[in-house]
Design a binder for this molecule. Structure first.
Ligand SMILES: [Zn+2]
Ligand SMILES: [Zn+2]
Length: 232
């Protein structure tokens, strides 16, 4: 049996009340010195409504307490005592249940607090990641734009290079043709002189005079000038 106020195990002397509850002597005295209210049902108690009982009676009490009482009264008393005992057991179970429920509720509250804390941490981390992703997305867009611009520039430069290559090839061809043109008249110049030497004697002196003075023909000078221009 347990005290209905402090729920400690009661041994020996205890106090039973008319409202059907059991108290240890310490709690019974406290209740009487305070407001006198039963801790379970709030019924106002007084000394006359509280009866001392021995929860572990000795053999002498067991043998003699009910001696001389009629079986009807004995059975009625036994019935009341059993009902009281059952009521106490129900109260104990209820107390234990309430204790377990309170512990579970406390654990749930602690877990909920931890869960909320973790959830907030996860939410904060998620927000950070989302912001980072957004920044990275913007960075990717910027890089893609730069890449596109560079590709366009590269295509433009490639076009310019092709154009320059074509111009270079054209100039090269012109240079080669000019070079060939510049060399050919010089050979012809001496060949023509050799020919003139025999075919037209009066002109020999004039041509030789020109050769000695170092005056080449007009076409040779022009070809040399064009050659120098392209070389520079
Ligand atoms: Zn007590
Ligand atoms: Zn009570």
């Amino acid at each position: 049996m347990r005290c209905n106020a402090c729920w400690r195990e009661v041994e020996g002397r205890a106090i039973s009340t008319t409202c059907g509850h059991l108290l240890c002597t310490d709690d019974a005295n406290k209740i009487l010195s305070n407001d006198g209210a039963c801790p379970i049902c709030d019924q106002v108690l007084s000394k006359s409504l509280m009866k001392p009982v021995d929860v572990n009676p000795n053999d002498e009490w067991v043998n003699m307490a009910m001696a001389g009482v009629s079986p009807q009264i004995l059975m009625k008393s036994a019935y009341r005592s059993v009902m009281f005992y059952m009521g106490q057991k129900e109260l104990e179970i209820q107390f234990k249940m309430n204790k377990i429920v309170a512990q579970c509720r406390q654990k749930c509250e602690t877990m909920q607090e931890k869960f909320t804390e973790k959830l907030e941490q996860v939410h904060t981390a998620y927000q950070k990641m989302a912001k980072k992703c957004q920044m990275m997305q913007q960075e990717i867009e910027s890089i893609t734009k730069d890449n596109q611009e560079l590709q366009e520039k590269f295509a433009e430069k490639s076009r310019q290079k092709r154009k320059l290559d074509e111009m270079y090839d054209q100039l090269r061809n012109e240079y080669d043709s000019v070079k060939r043109f510049a060399i050919q008249p010089a050979n012809n110049f001496y060949a023509r002189n050799e020919h003139d030497l025999f075919s037209n004697p009066p002109n020999i002196m004039d041509d030789r005079e020109m050769g000695r003075k170092g005056n080449p023909s007009l076409s040779t000078v022009r070809a040399q000038r064009i050659l120098l221009f392209y070389c520079h």
